[in-house]
Design a protein around this ligand. Structure first.
Ligand SMILES: N[C@@H](CCC[C@H](N)C(=O)O)C(=O)O
Length: 276
């Protein structure tokens, strides 16, 4: 079966976008894995499926699948690419649109120079909603990984994130720790693991080991979770530049129940057809 796709990325977090409105197709987890395979398929961190909206307030709906075939509730960089994709494919003339994902309704705004701002909604801290196996909500928790006692923030941005402050993201042990945190049994649905280096109150460096993928060049929801945690801990201001391996994002959060705003680049790499 031939399936048309557009390959995109946001700061190096790469996506295969498939319009299932004009192509009447159903993809199984094994099809997703095949498409995401960097040797046997197109190659990407996530496959995003564009669908007609389910809720009346939404202009579109999209589903997010990690490279391993698992479905996720949120994808910040994917949301930016999604807004650019539906404009590029002339599926809408809107520059501001409401989009439904597995976990929320989000407002996406196209800005100049192919930048897109995403209103990610308020962060969620209640452990049962992250989900994270703790009885009491806290800004920071102890987490035992192998023999080490770590301190992490646990935040849901529509998907689960554990964030750990480190003195340098260039530390050689982060890969091992990232893998161990991603699959830690205290996160019953797994988690994305972010390592945050605070450069100053308005600038951080971040590496993210994503659930269902491994280390990615950027993670939009991970950038939001890291800034939220850093601001709650009193290390960061309301507006922060997040430097990831693949590029920079700007995250703004004024605290409390206010939404987290994330702005960053989008790029179209190529278009093609994959045979499943
Ligand atoms: N790359 C994303 C996050 C994608 C989903 C994540 N791996 C999960 O399983 O929760 C982003 O930019 O937010």
């Amino acid at each position: 079966m031939p399936v048309k796709f557009t390959k995109m990325h946001g700061a190096g977090n790469d996506f295969v976008m498939i319009d299932t409105i004009s192509q009447r197709i159903k993809l199984r987890p094994r099809d997703i894995r095949r498409i995401a395979d960097r040797r046997r398929g197109v190659g990407c961190d996530q496959v995003l499926l564009v669908e007609p909206p389910g809720q009346p307030e939404a202009d579109f709906r999209y589903r997010i699948f990690n490279a391993d075939g698992s479905e996720a509730g949120q994808c910040g960089n994917g949301a930016r690419c999604f807004a650019r994709f539906v404009r590029h494919r002339r599926l809408t003339h809107l520059k501001k649109m409401v989009v439904e994902t597995g976990s929320s309704l989000m407002t996406l705004t196209l800005r100049d120079n192919h930048e897109v701002e995403v209103d990610m909604g308020p962060p969620v801290f209640s452990p049962s909603d992250v989900p994270f196996n703790r009885d009491q909500e806290a800004t920071e928790y102890k987490l035992k990984v192998a023999e080490e006692q770590l301190r992490v923030g646990a935040v849901s941005m529509g998907n689960p994130h554990a964030v750990l402050r480190v003195s340098s993201v260039d530390d050689g042990s982060l890969e091992r720790l990232g893998e161990a945190i991603r699959s830690h049994s205290d996160f019953p649905e797994g988690t994305n693991a972010g390592f945050l280096e605070v450069v100053d109150r308005q600038k951080v460096r971040l590496r993210v080991f994503e659930r269902g993928v491994g280390e990615t060049e950027a993670c939009g929801s991970g950038a939001c979770a890291a800034v939220v945690y850093g601001r709650r801990m009193g290390w960061l201001d309301d507006r922060v530049t997040v430097e990831l391996t693949g590029g920079k994002l700007t995250v703004q959060w004024t605290g409390g129940n206010n939404p987290v705003l994330m702005t960053g680049p989008t790029a179209i790499s190529f278009e093609g057809t994959v045979r499943l």
